[in-house]
Design a protein around this ligand. Structure first.
Ligand SMILES: NC(=O)c1ccc[n+]([C@@H]2O[C@H](COP(=O)([O-])OP(=O)(O)OC[C@H]3O[C@@H](n4cnc5c(N)ncnc54)[C@H](OP(=O)(O)O)[C@@H]3O)[C@@H](O)[C@H]2O)c1
Length: 243
């Protein structure tokens, strides 16, 4: 993976930050973007202190900003080898109470944002490149009070398969990962403590997923070790198969 160029969206926190770390450890050149938390972006830059890391502020739900980001990447690096569509957000409510603008915000970020990055990456992706989309456990098994998040995550799984079919003409692979609950700023904001305790009880392997679990699987799927795997969705859940 040395010297491969990767774009990881949402790499200034949680799961994305760990993916950035592991790619830098493999001596990749890593570009990442974030939405509005400048402090987290500055901390990430300082913490990694690595010339191979380039951080861009870009709202992936905004098409113009996505186009601008890919133009910047093209001018600076010429191409990318890997795309990790990780950035996401969480707004919860019951369907009957959901503010429709908020529902759209979740779909625009968690689904359309990943779609736009996949579209605009295509012209600058090297043949034989790889895409990993971070979906969610909730894309396979829904829960109450997160209908927008569940819908976007489910959409990503099949969008990944459609991408795999279309991009195979240039040997670009696309796979998705569905991590179960992983303690990060996103999930800790989204769930009450009693719900978190229940998730642990429901997990046969008796622990939560970690950002490292997802990052290690992501790096495997990007690597040549996974060169015949495309259109696959991998559920990363410690055995929580039915809820
Ligand atoms: N944590 C879990 O339990 C869990 C489980 C399954 C799947 N996932 C998925 O894993 C991914 C990462 O989640 P996480 O828990 O690591 O979240 P996190 O810690 O909140 O980090 C989210 C990252 O995405 C960025 N981001 C959010 N909205 C964005 C936008 N519109 N444009 C660009 N960047 C944006 C954030 O930047 P700012 O900080 O600037 O907003 C941040 O860097 C998400 O797709 C999530 O759905 C998480």
């Amino acid at each position: 993976m040395k010297n491969k160029i990767a774009l990881v969206t949402g790499g200034t926190s949680g799961i994305g930050k760990e993916i950035v770390k592991e790619l830098l450890d493999k001596e990749c050149i890593v570009i990442t973007c974030y939405h509005d938390n400048d402090d987290a972006a500055n901390e990430t830059k300082e913490e990694f202190n690595n010339d191979n890391l380039f951080i861009i502020k870009c709202d992936i739900s905004n098409e113009k900003e996505v186009i601008d980001m890919f133009n910047i990447i093209k001018d600076k690096y010429g191409h990318i080898d890997y795309l990790v569509n990780n950035a996401g957000m969480f707004i919860d409510d019951f369907i009957k109470d959901f503010n429709i603008d908020n529902f759209r915000k979740v779909i625009d970020t968690n689904l359309i944002g990943k779609v736009m990055c996949t579209k605009y990456a295509y012209p600058i992706m090297s043949d034989g490149g790889a895409i990993v989309n971070i979906s969610s456990h909730l894309g396979v098994v829904p829960c109450t009070e997160s209908p927008a998040y569940c819908a976007a995550a489910a959409g990503i799984i099949n969008f990944t398969k459609a991408t795999a079919l279309e991009y195979a003409e240039r040997k670009i692979r696309a796979n998705s990962i569905c991590p179960a609950f992983t303690p990060t700023p996103l999930s800790l904001k989204g769930w009450k403590q009693e719900e978190i305790d229940q998730k642990l009880k429901d997990t046969p392997l008796c622990r939560f997923a970690t950002p490292e679990d997802t990052a290690k699987l992501c790096l495997f799927l990007l690597s040549d070790d996974a060169s015949f795997i495309t259109g696959e969705n991998i559920w990363l859940n410690g055995g929580r198969l039915n809820n």
